[in-house]
Ligand binder design. Structure first.
Ligand code: ZN
Length: 496
């Protein structure tokens, strides 16, 4: 009995310190990216809490994982803390190097990090090609040696956690990697023809190109639809969000645990983000309104996270307030982001014809991203299981080309990877979003977001934080099973 209560105390202390650790990290992220603090001092925080991310700690918790999902979440958290601690030095070296890299293009020195925006802004296709070639060369020569090192350290650390590979470890965390990979294969087959036709039409409309003329450096311009910008002015973003929330019975202004940071500061990041500093008592939604549909989508996405965290019950334990299935919080974020592609919502800004058109364009972009992420998962499963990487650049190109019909740069084979199989969270969140929206349309009609009852239902679901997985939550909502084929059906309808 003494042993088990000592164990219980140690676990309680671990949860409490982990909560403080995340609060300090989120506060630092918020202050830095909101432009309130030029330095970004994560190292000191990690140092202060290093006891949480040791190998010994991860193993100790791992030995106590029982049938209960809660302990498994805590173990998942401890393992990712350890993996993060192992790779931190390489990650920092990489960030410093990246920040200082420059390319020589057309007799001009261009910072590596500016190459992406330069490619998106270059109207001249040949210049886009030269910029892209310079980017790929720098990745190959400067960044990939460190990224290879990093993969080696990760592999060794995963072994220390008792798993053969990251694939094995993440299966033990309960990620449905194999089932999802099968679903991705079916999704890619099922939507191949639809994707090819829709992409060809979008390409013709936006860039005047045929599919066989398209190159990867055209993608940023293909996805950037500047002719819609005037209908989505920056100064109306926040009021549109407030009005949408009001339709659901949520008064953003009176939410005491939600701070809106809309102040303009020179070094504030241009993209909206949500900092869940204390869940649920202090959630910050940071906005730097520029305007355009993408900027509105980003704001609504972050507002979805904000409302989910802000409504999470304070009584839930650490694991279910802060951790749990990432597909749940991403799914709520996508449900809000999806408004900007929903004709029934868009008619408040656009005529009916235009609303349908933007809804169609949004669906093509969505299909591109889902197909890209399906290929990412299939590729990452191979990459994490491989011990020899020599065939990986070719596999990366092959899988991405087949899924997106756009040939990626082979040197991105280590860079275009989300650690911790985060790609699975997006894939499952897209399915969750489509199925929840389907359930809401069925119950409340196409204007489901204008019903107070919808708000009541959502608040009840949000209050559960991340206690349930996306699959369990969906079963609770309408008894259905989370599946990418439901997402395929929604996209087929939107693109018909
Ligand atoms: Zn998100």
């Amino acid at each position: 009995m003494v042993g088990s209560s000592e164990q219980g105390l140690r676990l309680e202390k671990y949860r409490e310190r982990s909560d403080r650790f995340l609060t300090e990290l989120e506060e630092e992220i918020y202050r830095h990216f909101a432009g309130l603090k030029p330095e970004f001092e994560l190292a000191a925080i990690h140092e202060r809490y290093r006891d949480l991310t040791s190998l010994e700690q991860a193993r100790w918790i791992g030995e106590r994982v029982d049938g209960d999902g809660r302990m498994r979440e805590l173990w998942h958290f401890a393992c990712e803390g350890f993996l993060g601690a192992v790779t931190r030095a390489d990650e920092e070296r990489l960030a410093t190097l990246e920040a200082g890299l420059e390319a020589d293009v057309d007799g001009e020195r261009i910072a590596f990090r500016m190459l992406g925006p330069e490619i998106a802004n270059a109207a001249d296709r040949e210049r886009r090609g030269r910029l892209e070639r310079a980017r790929c060369t720098l990745v190959d020569e400067e960044l990939n040696p460190i990224l290879l090192d990093l993969r080696g350290s990760l592999r060794a650390a995963v072994r220390e956690l008792g798993s053969e590979s990251a694939v094995d470890l993440y299966r033990r965390f309960g990620l449905p990697l194999d089932d999802l990979a099968t679903q991705c294969g079916s999704f890619l087959d099922e939507t191949a023809g639809l994707y090819e036709r829709s992409l060809a039409r979008l390409l013709e409309m936006r860039l005047g190109l045929r599919l066989d003329q398209m190159a990867r450096y055209d993608t940023p311009r293909l996805l950037r639809a500047s002719h819609w910008d005037a209908a989505f002015p920056g100064e109306r973003m926040l009021s549109a969000l407030k009005a949408t929330l009001a339709g659901l019975g949520i008064d953003l202004r009176s939410q005491k645990n939600v701070e809106i940071d809309i102040a303009s500061r020179p070094s504030k990041t241009p993209r909206a983000f949500c900092a869940p500093i204390e869940v649920p008592s202090r959630i910050v939604l940071v906005i730097n309104p520029i305007g355009g549909p993408d900027d509105w989508r980003a704001l609504f996405h972050e507002a979805g996270h904000t409302e989910h965290y802000a409504h999470t019950s304070a009584d839930l334990p650490f694991e279910y307030r802060r951790r749990g299935d990432d597909a749940v919080t991403e799914g709520w974020a996508f449900l809000f982001e999806g408004m900007i592609s929903t004709p029934a919502w868009l008619t408040r800004l656009l005529g009916e014809e235009e609303a349908r058109e933007l809804g169609w364009e949004g669906a093509v972009q969505k299909l591109y991203f889902v197909r890209r992420y399906c290929a990412k998962l299939l590729y990452e499963l191979e990459l994490h299981a491989a011990t020899d990487f020599s065939a990986m650049p070719a596999r990366y190109v092959e899988l991405q080309r087949r899924a997106t019909l756009i040939e990626p740069c082979p040197t991105d084979y280590l860079r275009d990877v989300d650690e911790g199989f985060y790609c699975t969270s997006y894939l499952r969140a897209w399915a969750f979003e489509a199925q929840v929206r389907g359930a809401l349309v069925e119950r409340f009609g196409p204007e489901w977001f204008k019903h107070l009852e919808t708000g009541e239902l959502l608040r009840g679901l949000w209050s559960q934080g991340r206690r349930l997985s996306a699959d369990e939550l969906l079963r609770e909502i309408n008894g259905s099973q989370l599946s990418l084929s439901a997402l395929a059906d929604e996209l087929k309808k939107a693109l018909a």
